[in-house]
Design a protein around this ligand. Structure first.
Ligand code: GDP
Ligand code: IMO
Ligand code: MG
Length: 420
């Protein structure tokens, strides 16, 4: 069997959680491959709403195995809180949730370093989620990091002390001194809690599972425009959010990957700092925020909103090798008299359809305007029921990208999903 990959094509929050949950019945295993508690994946069913940060979005389906891959950075405190908020008996969660021994640990001092670094950047701050993501991945790349497997080592406390003393030295440099006592107590309790879960070599586990015919879905976090290599650097996250990240984040060879499902909203959003060419700082942007309830699932911050950016979408499709597109939040655009799509940029007086190295070089944007549609479309279950103007919008994007849009999402609930 091959492993399918599902990931975001914009700046995150495309609706990955909803779709992974909706597709989970078709898979045996759902495996998160990167990121950490910066992610907030929302799932709604039976009038309940859950937000997952570390746990893969297949967790609400009985009999499905969920894997936290080596590519993640895991905060035991967030993990514990999340498991306890699931509303599922812990013995069942333990059966369904496996953790890679190679996933890195977020320490309390990583969060303090994240805050200290952001403060030091002043107006140029990244607008990080302050979850310790950047510092934890920094330690991973610098070969100082601690991993889940280290929790079981006899010299764990020594490793911890050595790393924390290095962090304290750095925090002192930032002039950021704070007592660690309470934070450390909470963290060590949570680390002990984590040890009751099954830890695995996810690479061997997935190899065996694929050979035995299991269907595996890899779940990404963040989005392509936040990828550390291909996003709007330096305003990005610290991991590879693109399809290649599924291979390095799970230990699965490229030759064993199958479909790549790319998720995008019918418009764009971004939370945090950094360039966002189609951003609307007007009543249309506010309308998108209000109708789409565009407030961060992790931090509650208002999301910046704007029209769909086709050059950016095509770029994301290219670097990920997307085989199928899923369009989310089509219902949010209901009621707009006109829909705009950015088709190209003007850079140095020339029209371009490729992303420039520096998005700040974009002088102006060129838009195609299309007729909007009206009415509540959340109730629709079939493609033919959708307003002709929306179908026209979808078919235009398919024609432009050359990739079929096989799911159209028309509401946050699991059931508000149209399969084509
Ligand atoms: P993720 O990080 O990609 O999983 O996305 P988030 O959960 O952070 O943000 C997506 C938000 O949109 C959540 O509040 C979802 O409940 C909601 N959502 C998902 N799909 C739809 C949709 O088709 N329509 C509407 N109105 N909301 C949706
Ligand atoms: P999901 O998986 C949207 C953004 C932050 C910030 C930048 C760096 O829910 O789509 P970090 O804490 O990673 O160092 O922050 O990335 N960011 C996200 N934006 N959705 C996310 O995850 C995000 N995770 C990080 O706002 O701009
Ligand atoms: Mg999110």
């Amino acid at each position: 069997m091959k492993i399918d990959i599902l990931l975001g094509l914009q700046w995150g929050d495309e609706g990955k959680g909803k779709i992974v949950d909706a597709l989970a019945p078709e898979y045996d295993i759902v495996a998160r491959f990167q990121g950490g508690p910066n992610a907030g994946h929302t799932i709604e069913f039976n009038n309940t709403k859950h937000v997952l940060h570390l746990i893969p979005s297949g967790i609400f389906h009985e009999g499905k195995i969920n894997v936290i891959g080596n590519g993640l950075v895991l905060d035991p405190v967030v993990f514990r809180h999340e498991v306890e908020s699931l509303g599922i008996d812990i013995s069942k969660v333990i059966e369904r949730l496996l953790i890679s021994v190679r996933a890195h640990l977020i320490l309390p001092t990583h969060k303090l370093l994240d805050a200290a670094h952001e403060t030091s950047l002043g107006d140029s701050k990244i607008g990080s989620t302050l979850r310790g993501i950047g510092p934890a991945y920094t330690d991973k790349a610098a070969r100082n990091g601690m991993r889940v497997g280290d929790l079981f080592r006899k010299d764990f406390a020594d490793l911890y002390k050595a790393l924390v003393s290095e962090h304290l030295r750095m925090l002192k440099g930032y002039g950021h001194i704070q007592s660690l006592k309470e934070l450390e107590e909470e963290w060590f309790d949570a680390a002990a809690y984590l040890k009751q879960f099954k830890t695995i070599n996810a690479d061997y586990f997935l190899d065996r599972s694929l050979k035995q015919g299991s269907r595996v879905l890899a779940e990404g976090a963040q989005g392509t425009m936040l990828d550390i290599d291909f996003g709007t650097y330096p305003y990005v996250t610290s991991s590879n959010t693109v399809a290649a990240g599924a291979c390095t984040g799970l230990g699965v060879a490229p030759s064993r990957t199958g479909e790549v499902f790319g998720i995008f909203k019918a418009y764009c959003t971004r939370v945090g700092s950094g360039p966002f060419p189609t951003e609307l700082n007007d009543e249309y942007g506010q309308m998108m925020r209000d109708l789409g309830n565009e407030y961060g699932a992790t931090t509650g911050r208002p999301r910046r909103c704007g029209w769909l950016d086709l050059p950016a979408l095509k770029y994301a499709i290219m670097v990920n090798g997307v085989t199928r597109l899923f369009m989310m939040k089509a219902d949010v655009l209901s009621g707009f008299s006109e829909i705009k799509v950015c088709t190209s940029y003007t850079v140095n007086g020339t029209e371009v359809t490729e992303l420039p190295y520096c998005l700040a070089d974009i002088e102006s944007l060129n838009y195609r305007t299309m007729p909007g549609w009206k009415g509540d479309i959340k109730v629709f279950q079939k493609w033919d029921e959708l307003p002709a103007e929306l179908r026209n919008y979808i078919e235009y994007i398919e024609k432009e990208t050359g990739v079929p849009i096989t799911i159209v999402s028309v509401g946050p609930d699991r059931s508000a999903t149209i399969y084509r």
